[in-house]
Design a protein around this ligand. Structure first.
Ligand code: XMP
Length: 317
């Protein structure tokens, strides 16, 4: 039986034993549960020897960067904020293959950290890697399903030593640790490292990313509203995906030929398996109407994904 308190004590002791006085560590903080919990543990162990780096990849959700900044300020973390969105958009221009997208994003992430780490003189790179990240990336002789962000992009000549305090934990255990640490993100839904780039099928251009950002915001807002009204339980994860498939529709009286948005909401414990969420029809209807009314005439169809994992994964890429 997993005991969060014991885990925290052991993890802190482990980090203390590794990072010597005078050495510094840098952490890849995305604002997600995993990286924030990892940061909290390392901060507890070595205090100001830790610096957090937040990279705005241009694939963050609406208002996310500002909210994350405020949260880390509250936690007292030393924070370096890097706006790398242009760099990312350029690197991903014309790239459509999901694994290639993931590898480019993961690789750039590590290089940006290396750049920041060099400036700061850090010796260690802390990551919020959890068990499903490496199991699904081909650890333990399993087939590669997706190269997860924290694993697939690591360059062979990486200069930083890795510290991964959550390496053996599953998602529900990370949440237990977050609650034990009284972190406000304990109940926050997971968000993948590659961000909205893997929610745009095909090329994740700034324009398409803007569409999926708005659609994700609508899905989150409407589901949060329904939860607050007591209409449904909060799903484990809920978001939108932009499909490059164009279909015919009408906007006003005029023929439209626009993209499709898929809504995905799942229940899960540890992300290894998931079932699609049973969302009330009136909630789905509000989501559909809001997406087609507010995003403009380039979206004229909204569908709901009713696939469990397996065979589907949670994200579409
Ligand atoms: P999949 O799509 O693999 O997702 O069923 C399982 C959970 O992991 C999240 N996910 C990621 N998280 N880096 C992450 O930190 C990644 O590259 C990544 N890909 C997927 C996904 O959102 C879901 O919660």
């Amino acid at each position: 039986m997993f005991n969060a308190q014991t885990f925290i004590e052991e993890a802190i002791a482990g980090v203390k034993a590794k990072v010597k006085p005078g050495e510094t560590a840098i952490i890849a903080c995305s604002g997600g549960v995993d990286s924030t919990v990892a940061a909290a543990i390392v901060k507890e162990a070595v205090g100001d020897q830790l610096t957090a780096v937040y990279v705005d990849t241009g694939y963050m959700r609406k208002n996310e960067s500002a909210e994350v900044r405020a949260m880390y300020a509250k936690m007292g973390l030393n924070l370096i904020f890097v706006d790398a969105s242009q760099e990312y958009y350029e690197a991903l221009a014309g790239v459509t293959e999901p694994e290639q997208k993931r590898k480019i994003i993961g690789g750039m992430f590590i290089r940006i950290f290396e750049r920041e780490a060099k400036k700061s003189g850090a010796k260690y790179l802390v990551q919020g890697t959890i068990a499903p990240d490496w199991i699904e990336s081909g650890g333990e002789l399993r087939d590669v399903i997706k190269s997860h962000h924290n694993v697939g992009g690591l360059p062979k000549d990486m200069k930083l030593e890795l510290i991964e305090p959550l390496y053996h934990l599953y998602k529900d255990e990370v949440r237990k640790v977050a609650r034990e640490l009284k972190l406000e993100i304990a109940e926050r839904q997971p968000f993948p490292g590659p961000g909205l780039a893997i929610r745009v099928m095909g090329e994740a251009s700034p324009e398409r990313t803007g569409i999926v950002r708005e659609a994700c915001h609508i899905v989150e807002t409407e589901i949060d509203r329904a939860v607050n009204l007591g209409k449904m339980e909060r799903p484990w994860q809920y978001f939108a995906v932009l499909l490059p498939v164009k279909t015919v529709g009408v906007h006003g009286d005029i023929r439209a030929y626009g993209y499709t948005i898929a809504v995905r909401a799942v229940e899960s414990l540890d992300a290894m398996t998931a079932t699609y969420s049973d969302i009330p029809h009136d909630v789905l209807e509000r989501i559909s109407i809001k997406i087609t009314n507010t995003i403009g005439d380039n979206i004229n169809r909204v569908v709901y994904d009713i696939t469990h994992k397996p065979p589907g994964t949670v994200e579409w890429e």
